[in-house]
Design a protein around this ligand. Structure first.
Ligand SMILES: NC(=O)c1ccc[n+]([C@@H]2O[C@H](COP(=O)([O-])OP(=O)(O)OC[C@H]3O[C@@H](n4cnc5c(N)ncnc54)[C@H](O)[C@@H]3O)[C@@H](O)[C@H]2O)c1
Length: 463
């Protein structure tokens, strides 16, 4: 924005000040809090801190968004710093490379926004420094590996009057938005939701190594808080730097539970352990139960993250009600809707564009007539239709949603962030909401360690 011929620095500052006023006035930047109506769209100058796998994925997605210009990149590992600079150069972004984020923030003029994709234990430091330097921040999930870290980020964003978006990207995925806003809330196709189950099953993986000659010297690793190269590369498995699979994978999906229901859980109980890997500290497998209290009644939810088997259908969140069920996944092939035989007809919702015709693929389960009793159907083998298992859904007819995501999966969430800066569009995952999710996630590891049920108080979720 700073280099923009059509939007002066003063215009931008005035928009930011208005934006800040909204942040300060509202408990959080909620839907409908758009400010700066009529503000001009323009170039946004961006810096990236953390140029690893996710940093490059975000950079690639942001490169598709018109007007986004990378001005600087920062990483303590020269290997990744060079790779990301080269990637950006290929797209004619002359991003200046830095090892030290403080130097980057103080010397590169006109940065409007910072994307933070460092290991979780550095999120608060990098985010807070960027906010204090007057930048809007898009920070990856999990917001922080500590409650204090996450709370400090919300405070810093309020004090700086700058936007803070956390990278729970499913919240901006059009399929997820359609499912929540149209299928569940408007058409109420699930009836009363009584249960949720979710999972991420991943096969055994080897620890990350590093290319020959690319080790960071011990003194430099120590300066940045890492014990050695193995922990630096495999930080997500160690307690000092992150929260293990529960926060690495589970954070996305547990966030979807809260987001879909619009409430946070009232209790959590969990079982987990270091059952398999010999070189990690965090629980490799965890099985969790939450209870949510809603106006319609209690919802019992389970979630399991397994890192020792990919069997059992990948990753999804499954919302189940007395009239229908919704299986959502970032992977479209696992996404499906199921109608209970007792539910009112769903055909009218096809006409309204809320759902689409049942899968007519080979082996898809036939719609069951309302008068057919559950449990009497003779079953064949499993369906060949993507994501549908006849054994699992014998009594249910399968339906689809007429919505697809035709972009990189992180792009809509980044677009929402940049729209927040440019047009005052409400953020889909402001710091305050991500804080509530961080509390929901971090409690799981606490419950596993305590080996007992832990309760949440409503005040726990407020930063
Ligand atoms: N939204 C998603 O779908 C998604 C997916 C994967 C990872 N993530 C998140 O993205 C973040 C990064 O994960 P990753 O998989 O890219 O990890 P990674 O290890 O591949 O990359 C981390 C990068 O940060 C750099 N780094 C470490 N300490 C630093 C410091 N003090 N200053 C500057 N750079 C530093 C490392 O050198 C490395 O290049 C994590 O918070 C992770 O939870 C999100």
């Amino acid at each position: 924005m700073a280099d923009s011929p059509s939007l002066t620095r003063r215009d931008f500052l005035s928009t930011s000040a208005k934006l800040g006023a909204v942040i300060a006035a509202a408990p959080y930047v909620s839907r409908g809090a758009a400010v700066g109506a009529g503000a001009k769209s323009d170039t946004v100058n961006v810096a990236l801190i953390g140029c690893g796998e996710e940093g490059r994925i975000l950079a690639n997605a942001a490169l598709n968004i018109p007007g986004v210009r990378f001005q600087a990149v920062c990483d303590i590992w020269p290997y990744n710093l060079t790779r990301s600079s080269r990637l950006l150069q290929k797209f004619n972004h002359e991003a200046k490379p830095f090892e030290d984020y403080k130097e980057m923030l103080s010397t590169v003029p006109g940065i409007d926004a910072v994307i933070v994709a460092t290991p979780d234990f550095m999120h608060a430091e990098h985010t807070n420094a960027s906010l204090k330097a007057g930048k809007h921040v898009y920070c990856e999930k999990l917001m922080s590996n500590t409650i204090e870290g996450a709370r400090s980020m919300v405070t810093a964003s309020r004090e700086a009057k700058k936007l803070l978006q956390i990278g729970h990207q499913r919240r901006s995925n059009p399929r997820y938005l359609h499912a929540r806003d149209k299928v569940v809330r408007e058409a109420k196709l699930l009836g009363r939701i009584t249960n949720i189950s979710g999972q991420w099953h991943r096969a055994v993986t080897d620890d990350f190594g590093f290319p020959n000659g690319q080790a960071i010297p011990d003194a430099k690793l120590a300066k940045y808080g890492y014990a050695n190269m193995h922990e630096f590369r495999n930080w997500r498995w160690f307690k000092k730097y992150a929260g293990g699979p529960v926060s690495d994978l589970g954070a996305h999906q547990i966030d979807v539970y809260n987001w879909m229901l619009g409430v946070n859980p009232r209790m959590c109980i969990a079982s987990g352990g270091v059952d398999y890997y010999k070189t990690h500290e965090w629980y490799d497998n965890a099985i969790i139960a939450y209870e949510f209290e809603t106006k319609e009644g209690i919802i019992r939810a389970t979630y399991e993250v397994l890192t020792t088997t990919s069997a059992g259908g990948g990753y999804h969140e499954y919302f189940m009600g007395d009239e229908g069920a919704l299986k959502l996944s970032e992977n479209p092939k696992f996404t499906k809707l199921y109608r209970e035989a007792r539910a009112p007809e769903w055909e009218p919702f096809v006409t309204k564009g809320i759902i689409s015709k049942p899968d007519s693929g080979e082996g898809a389960p036939a719609p069951v007539k309302p008068w057919e009793k559950p449990g009497v159907k003779k079953l064949g083998g499993p369906s060949k239709a993507a994501g549908v298992d006849v054994r699992e859904t014998a009594q249910l007819s399968a339906w689809d949603m007429p919505v697809t995501l035709d972009k990189a999966i992180h792009q809509p969430h980044l677009e929402n962030f940049f729209d927040g800066m440019r047009k005052g569009t409400a953020l889909n995952c402001p710091g305050e909401e991500a804080f509530a999710s961080a509390i929901t996630v971090l409690k799981v590891n606490e419950a596993i360690a305590a080996q007992r049920m832990l309760k949440f108080a409503p005040g726990d979720f407020v930063a």
